[in-house]
Design a protein around this ligand. Structure first.
Ligand code: ASP
Length: 327
């Protein structure tokens, strides 16, 4: 019997064409038109088409993401559905993928896919990427792998993958440890597993979590904004191993005293943050103040993680343990 795959269409370049009036790409293709670009799909699987939205991914916010989560969950809970594929704009694809990875508790394959070239361009990659996602969804090897991102015939884990290039077709990379596998000859081939995966059982997330990138000579003015606007959490993309300019420290102290949770990651592309340096603003100083450490996550994913954790608990010790787990 053919497997049943639910394909949820959310928009992105995979659904875009060049508008003749504005000479730029905008959402234009519906789900049937995208599916229609793939040959023989009905021989491979039974497809359920779900039109969720037709949004560029910079338009996707946390409310929309939670609606998407409930929809995906209803499909993975449905015994008639074997796998779920989500088509998505590539700009915020990694945030959606990671949120679903943290919130879903399923062994069924859940795959996110997009395209870098729109339908009006030569070499539209939507068909090949969606075909590879379907092959991945059908593979028994894809069971219990967490949420996967399939682009350019590579299979990456949602928890590790990031968009690395503004243009290139192989933009989605796991810079720390490489892909989990590849799609070759219509087959999903895996070379490693993620040993530590994290699931947080919550239907609620905290939206008031900000993200700040450090730079030389920075001061604490911007932190006042987050305090005054009642933010519950803040991710700081620190320098190097996890250090901030000393003039940021008074703001960090005020935010912590106000009850804000501050998570630290690095603005470097790879490597963990750690409490290696003891000077003013160094990682050890920040740890002693109560800042929590986000390992090798990029800022945008650490923010998603903190949104989920703060939705789950207000207990500071539990927040730290969950944020620092598996990193
Ligand atoms: N700007 C587009 C989006 O994220 C890029 C893409 O889909 O590749 O919707």
């Amino acid at each position: 019997m053919k497997k049943k795959i639910a394909i949820i269409f959310t928009g992105g370049t995979i659904a875009m064409k060049i508008d003749p009036d504005i000479h730029a790409a905008i959402p234009a293709l519906n789900a049937d038109e995208i599916i229609g670009t793939i040959k023989n799909i009905e021989d491979m699987a039974e497809i359920e088409i779900i039109n969720f939205s037709n949004l560029p991914s910079p338009h996707i916010d946390l409310d929309i993401l939670m609606d998407l989560f409930y929809l995906v969950k209803s499909k993975t809970d449905d015994e008639n559905t074997d796998a779920v594929i989500i088509t998505h704009g590539t700009d915020t694809l990694e945030e959606t993928a990671y949120l679903l990875d943290l919130l879903l508790n399923t062994k069924k394959p859940v795959i996110i896919v997009g395209a870098m070239r729109n339908f009006s361009e030569l070499g539209y990659d939507g068909s090949s990427n969606l075909s590879a996602a379907i092959c991945t969804a059908l593979s028994p090897n894809s069971i219990d792998k967490g949420v996967l991102v399939v682009m350019n015939n590579e299979i990456n884990a949602a928890s590790e993958v990031t968009k690395t290039n503004t243009l290139s077709l192989d933009t989605f990379k796991s810079p720390e440890f490489g892909p989990l596998g590849i799609v070759d000859n219509d087959e999903a081939l895996y070379y490693r597993n993620i040993i530590q995966r994290q699931h947080i059982e919550t239907n609620k997330i905290e939206k008031k979590v900000g993200l700040l990138k450090c730079y030389a000579g920075m001061d604490a003015g911007i932190i006042e904004y987050y305090i005054n606007n009642n933010y519950k959490g803040l991710i700081i993309e620190a320098l190097g191993r996890g250090n901030v300019p000393p003039n940021l420290v008074p703001g960090i102290k005020r935010a912590l005293a106000d009850g804000m949770v501050i998570g630290l990651v690095s603005r470097c592309n790879t490597g963990r943050v750690l409490y290696t340096y003891g000077y003013e603003g160094g990682g050890k100083h920040l740890k002693d103040l109560g800042v929590i450490f986000g390992g090798n996550l990029p800022g945008q994913k650490a923010r998603i993680k903190l949104c989920v954790i703060l939705g789950f608990t207000e207990d500071k010790e539990e927040i730290r343990n969950l944020f620092e787990a598996n990193l």
